[in-house]
Design a binder for this molecule. Sequence first.
Ligand SMILES: [Zn+2]
Length: 283
Amino acid sequence: ALCIWGGTLPSERLLYILKTYQPTIIWTSPSYAWQLGEKAKKAGIDPKTDLSIRKIIVAGELGGSIPATRKAIEDLWGAELYDFYGLSDIFGACAAQCEYHDGLHITEDQILVETVDIHTGEVLPNGSVGELVYTTLKKKARPLIRFRTGDIGWIDQTPCKCGRTHGRIHINGRKDDMFIVSAVNVFPSDIEAVVHELDGITGEYLIRIFEENFTCRYAVEVEKNADNPETDEEVAAKLSAALKARIGVKPAKVKIHPDGGLDTRSEHKSKRIIDERTLNYDI
Ligand SMILES: [Zn+2]
């Protein structure tokens, strides 16, 4: 096998490499997998038929474990997507999805994964949602004990359909990204899932968190597909209702941009959350 390191090459160069060498696997972030596929289509390349990608491994963001995001990327590329989780402080390969995509199998010979209460640090029983903490088991030079990752999730020790007996982690979101609206914990990953499930929009989005009358609110901005005949108001109403159904609280505002109108595509790891609050909220 030949490995081509792409790093942060511009997408035109990456598409040239994909077309010329026809690799079968790519490894990237979920947002960039999505953007690169969209850019390919705009350049007249169909990722499904003109390229040979069969498997996409993603890391660095949550998307690979959000079913709607995974499906959107898989449909775009005609490939199977695997989520991968590594932490350079702990171990390069902490956990990865198997062919059943139901959580990420932990490399239990290298690390011990536990969940702790985000307020008290108290260790929780397996299956409870809390902050995931990692302990290195084999590192001799720089061991770490209960390293707090900031990831919120839970541990599943039931046997997986694939037959592997390693426990699996399920990650719900980042502690720093979670915000509270009307006493409801809102994870940007839930908003992303809704945006990727809804027809007629590109899948790009921006979340703004702000205060109004001393109350935390959120706004969502999306792009309407160029061929979508619905009015902006219709798209906004649909998105608002879908967010209310999934999360429990409606966005204060939905803004619709034309295709390509959101400036979130420039980086490999997209910044899609803008927190405009002036107060620091502890959770
Ligand atoms: Zn499995």
